[in-house]
Design a protein. Structure first.
Length: 161
């Protein structure tokens, strides 16, 4: 799980996780801080990791989101192998269980997920894209439901292929 990943991953592995899955620009700086901290004392709680992120990347008041948000997201994606599951669903599961002419609507909440959906719909002859551009929440929806702000909806129709 995430605690063992934080405890055992090399600095290079942490950089890759934070950069690839969290799209964190300061991935190297953060990974270095984590490795230095764990050499002195183990990192056992989410709060400890959040404090390292805050000290390394700046306080929440100077950023749009808390500095640990991308780090926790990256760890979750890595531990759960979320992108692998999205790929598998798009390439294998959905085409097999959806009849020709059926619609597949996918809501993604992360740019990496959205990229996978977009590429799967475009590269495969199994799908005809219905939504040329992703459908995003309106400002009114975001006010009522702030978690919707990163949501993107893409729709495709299953072909006869």
């Amino acid at each position: 799980a995430a605690p063992s990943m934080i405890a055992t991953a090399t600095e290079a592995e942490l950089i890759s996780i934070f950069s690839d899955y969290g799209e964190e620009p300061a991935a190297r700086k953060l990974a270095t801080a984590i490795v230095q901290r764990r050499s002195q004392q183990s990192i056992q709680t989410a709060l400890q990791l959040a404090e390292i992120a805050e000290r390394t990347l700046g306080s929440p008041s100077t950023r749009e989101r808390h500095p640990a948000t991308r780090i926790f997201q990256a760890l979750r994606i890595a531990v759960n192998r979320e992108l692998d599951h999205v790929r598998q669903a798009l390439d294998t599961a959905f085409p097999q269980c959806l009849a020709a002419g059926g619609l597949l609507a996918v809501i993604s909440f992360h740019s990496l997920e959205d990229r996978l959906v977009k590429e799967a719909f475009r590269r495969s002859d199994v799908w005809d894209v219905v939504t040329a551009k992703p459908v995003a929440p309106t400002p009114a929806e975001e006010r009522v439901n702030p978690r919707s702000r990163s949501a993107k909806l893409r729709v495709a129709r299953r072909t006869d292929s």
